[in-house]
Design a protein around this ligand. Sequence first.
Ligand code: G
Ligand code: MN
Length: 385
Amino acid sequence: MSVIPPSSGRILLVDDEIAITTALQKLLATHGFVAEAFSNAKDALRRASEVDFDVIVTDISMPDMDGVQLLRRIREHDLDVPVILFTGAPTLESATEAVNYGALQYLLKPVPTKEFLDVIRRAVQLRRLAATKRAALNELGTNAGEGTRAALEAAFERALEKLWIAFQPIISAGSGRLFGYEALMRSGEPSLRQPEALLDAAERLGRLGDLSHRARRLALAALAEDQDWTLFLNLHPHDLSDDALLDDLLECPDRLGRLVLEVTERASLDSVPAARTKIASLRETGCRIAIDDLGAGYAGLSSFIQLEPDVVKIDMSLVHDADKSGVKRRLIRSLTEVCQDLGYCVLAEGVETTQERDLLLDVGCDLLQGYRFGRPDRRFVAPSW
Ligand code: G
Ligand code: MN
């Protein structure tokens, strides 16, 4: 066996059985590694925040914080360091968690010396590979935050705490005056600032309910203002299957006449059980229903049949440059006519230019929304016309 020079890797060992860490520490030292041993996870965690280890080896069952908890805490700030869990009492649960939180290996005690050393050497190499890869990604500016579940969970928690609502004005086409505001969720957490990223994280973590509930509470609080404008609130298809939606609405029953719930056309409602009944019970609270993003996805008519909307929002992909495209112009015109015949109020969103605005006025849309009138903002910005 070749002798590995010193500095071949810095290893953190954690086990409440000191005899084990002492033996491993000696073994590692004779093979050129620098190993530090701790008998509890808390002290080990503190040390790991001071020094960069190449590999962390931890027992699973320990008093206070166990090895899986330690792994989770480490992943909150270090996505790369290989963590090896070892245990005398393997369980499916701990093995599953080990995988979920990105453990490199799950070893059974007692670990044969050769196998242990092989695993450690491979882990040190992987650590170096990860560091090089991350440096390259940072250099290229493409570090898209690949990571583990715990890192995503930690970011999501921060995002929930820093959740805030932006309000974008909606204008009455007839008068050019303010009609209402659409509530748009935003977060102060840099990695999850935009709603798409936030919703994607919530979906992956099974936390859509928590995110919607929080955003809804913040947005509905705005209705408490003694004003007469209408609030537009986006629903996720998941919300329709969540009793918390109705509960939250019923906390402010006297304000629901000023609320419009937007349901996107992008996702089919066919996957929502009893969507029609649910929409009906929402409507019974006094709020109105809008179909969002019309023309952006999904071509069927089932969302109309299921929702019987009060308002239809024409997607910005149709509105953008509509004054320059005969096809878009004709589409908007016929959509508006058909919807108004059916008794729906037509809102055009994503209006950015005066030319687009004038075209939509000519077509006869009822409501207008877009940067031309006002951008989403923390404050209730007065629209320009
Ligand atoms: O899907 P929904 O209609 O809820 O999406 C609204 C999103 O569109 C918001 O995030 C908002 O910031 C953005 N938005 C609003 N007005 C405009 C606009 O005039 N142009 C563009 N490009 N985006 C807009
Ligand atoms: Mn919307």
